[in-house]
Each structure stands twice: as structure tokens, then as C-alpha cells.
Design a protein around this ligand. Structure first.
Ligand code: URA
Length: 241
């Protein structure tokens, strides 16, 4: 691939911006400064420097973020920060998108990518990738509410019934459960449908990918194994982050 095209694909601006970077001697590959925008590159395991900062060539990016509170999953956040503010311009220029949304007050695992197929694979309603939430509730959780969540509840303006799996009471006001769709405010509405109310919500797992050590507000690129795990519907084995 041409150097100017590679830089553009990685988020370094328009083709013209990339040509300028190259002509300004900003690009170093294996200790050589390359000033020819048409220089041909082998992309395999490619690392390059831009003004002394090292980057790895990535055809697509797959990112896991431990989302903090008060961040919205939209590019133009209205009342809070945008999760996209947690990334530098180079990543933002690649057209990162959230894989499903978390509410501004929900914390936990959020995936972001510029790969439309991956996004579709995880969010398509027919794919049923489970998402596991830890939920703190305003009222004590009763056995009857657990039963109703497992049996399935109806949600206004949504077709069908919404059931949770792996429902576990952790404390009087705390439970964890997996949902298999991703309709608007699904967990909050399911808890409301059984007569309770969510006080706080945290997503701990998507597919087999489980949040463990990643601190709030921080993000990592997914490894190959984590990428595969995120799409897997059997949640009992997992890869941690
Ligand atoms: N369900 C909700 O109600 N909110 C979220 O952020 C995620 C799932």
C-alpha cells in the first residue's frame, strides 16, 4: 500500500494532510525517514512513527472501554461528556462507533469499532449475544420478581417478551442477570415491569468477554482471543480484560 494511503486509513487526515506529513519528514519506518508519499509498504506487522510517536498498523480497530458515569455514547453529547472524548483525534478520525449503547449513568464494558461487520454481528437482534449486568435496585428484590424476569416481561412498544437468564441475587438490593437483546433502556424497563427500580447499572460482560482489571475510564485494543470471545454466546467460559 502507498504510504500516503496507509496514513489516511489510520486516521491521520485527508490524503493531502498525509502527503504534507510525509513531506515534512514526520514519518519514520524502521529508522528511516520516508519523504516520498508514494513509497510502497508491506502492511504485515507494520510499525511506524509520526513525529516520534509509534503506531501499529491496524486494518480495523476493536476497543474495550470501561465506561465511566456521565458519558454519553453519542458523538454530539448534549448534557454530558461524549465517550469519544476519551480517544485521540487519530482514532476518532477512523470513524469509531459504539457497539450498542450504554446510558450516560451506566458504567462498564463498552466496545467500540470502525468495523461495520463486527458491529452488525454483535448488535443484530437475531444474534442474541448475551450481555451481563450488575444491577442495584431501589426496592428489595423478591423471589417473585426474579421469577418474572426469568419468565419474561412485556415492554411497551416492543414486540414479544423479554426474559433474563443467569439471574442471581447478590444482596437484598443487588442482582446480576444476562439479557439477549438490546432494546432502549432494556434493563431499567425490565426492572420497572416487575415493580422495582434501577438505582445503578454496570455492564460486566459481553458474550464471553468479561471486565476484570481494566480501570474505569481506561480502554484497550482487543486481542484476537478477546475479539472472538466478544461474539460468543456461551457466557460460562470467558476471557478477561
Ligand atoms: N439497559 C439499560 O436500561 N441501560 C443501559 O445502559 C443498558 C441496558
Amino acid at each position: 500500500m502507498l504510504l500516503e494511503k496507509m496514513l489516511q486509513s489510520q486516521g491521520f487526515g485527508t490524503r493531502k494532510n498525509c502527503q504534507q506529513l510525509i513531506q515534512n519528514a514526520a514519518i519514520k519506518i524502521q529508522d528511516d525517514i520516508i519523504t516520498d508519499p508514494k513509497f510502497r509498504l508491506d502492511l504485515q506487522d507494520l510499525e511506524f512513527e509520526v513525529y516520534g510517536n509509534t503506531f501499529q498498523y491496524r486494518e480495523k480497530v476493536y476497543i474495550a472501554l470501561n465506561k465511566p458515569q456521565n458519558y454519553e455514547c453519542s458523538h454530539q453529547a448534549t448534557h454530558h461528556f461524549s465517550v469519544f472524548d476519551l480517544f485521540d483525534d487519530v482514532l476518532k478520525n477512523r470513524g469509531l462507533q459504539c457497539v450498542g449503547r450504554l446510558d450516560q449513568d451506566t458504567t462498564g464494558l463498552l466496545l467500540l469499532t470502525d468495523d461495520g461487520q463486527f458491529l452488525q454481528a454483535l448488535t443484530h437482534p437475531k444474534k442474541h449475544v448475551p450481555k451481563v449486568y450488575q444491577i442495584k435496585t431501589i426496592d428489595p428484590i423478591t423471589d417473585e420478581q426474579i421469577q418474572q424476569l426469568e419468565n419474561g416481561v412485556e415492554l411497551r412498544n416492543e414486540k414479544g417478551s423479554f426474559a433474563a437468564t443467569e439471574v442471581t441475587r447478590i444482596a437484598e438490593h443487588e442482582l446480576s442477570m444476562a439479557i439477549h437483546q438490546g432494546v432502549y433502556h432494556q434493563v431499567k424497563r425490565m426492572l420497572a415491569a416487575v415493580g422495582n427500580k434501577v438505582e445503578s447499572l454496570h455492564r460486566g460482560q459481553i458474550g464471553q468477554l468479561k471486565l476484570a482489571e481494566l480501570p474505569e475510564g481506561e480502554w484497550v485494543y482487543l486481542t484476537e482471543a478477546q475479539f472472538v470471545a466478544a461474539k460468543n454466546t456461551d457466557i460460562n467460559y470467558f476471557q478477561t480484560l
